[in-house]
Ligand binder design. Structure first.
Ligand SMILES: [Zn+2]
Ligand SMILES: [Zn+2]
Length: 171
């Protein structure tokens, strides 16, 4: 895989570049504005922690990171900020880990059939969203055949990201 592909799908490992984080914050503040929601300081702080890492991050990790920076909060405050960010579609929950990651493909939108497929690297924790093709449609059909009413919201695949596959090759 080329670097270009790695760059476009999986965020670079480690703490994300401050300029990129600032750009993401700027974009998210516009999303909130468009939806007539308030991008409060707390929501921004929580978002910065989530978008600042290339992996998914749990609520308690966010709480700890903010505490280190001098912002001590009750867990409920962080959960409320997370809920607001999820409602706005700027972060998603990685269900298998009960952790959160920043949406880096805002163009997928909220429309039916556009839900992305979530790819999570089990080695470095990197998360990417890719087109889901007709996976959700197929799930719907298979479930209907079993007289089951599906309420699928996500499909997650764990495995190795291009970087970690490369690492394995060298071993
Ligand atoms: Zn997304
Ligand atoms: Zn990886």
């Amino acid at each position: 895989m080329t670097d270009a592909v790695i760059k476009s799908q999986f965020p670079a490992p480690g703490q994300q570049n401050a300029r990129r984080v600032a750009q993401a914050v700027e974009r998210v503040s516009r999303v909130f504005e468009q939806r007539k929601l308030r991008f409060t300081k707390l929501r921004q702080q929580v978002y910065e922690e989530i978008v600042g890492v290339h992996t998914s991050i749990g609520a308690y990790d966010i709480l700890e990171r903010l505490a280190v920076k001098g912002t001590r909060l009750a867990p409920i405050s962080v959960y409320r900020a997370i809920d607001a960010l999820m409602d706005a579609g700027v972060i998603h929950r990685l269900e298998s880990k009960n952790a959160f990651f920043a949406c880096r493909r805002p163009e997928h939108g909220f429309e039916k059939g556009k839900r992305p497929l979530v790819l999570a690297c089990e080695k470095c924790g990197s998360v990417a969203e890719v087109d889901s093709g007709d996976i959700f449609e197929t799930i719907g059909k298979m479930a209907a055949a079993a007289d089951f009413t599906p309420r699928v919201k996500f499909v997650e695949v764990s495995g190795l990201c291009p970087r970690c596959v490369g690492d394995n090759d060298q071993n």
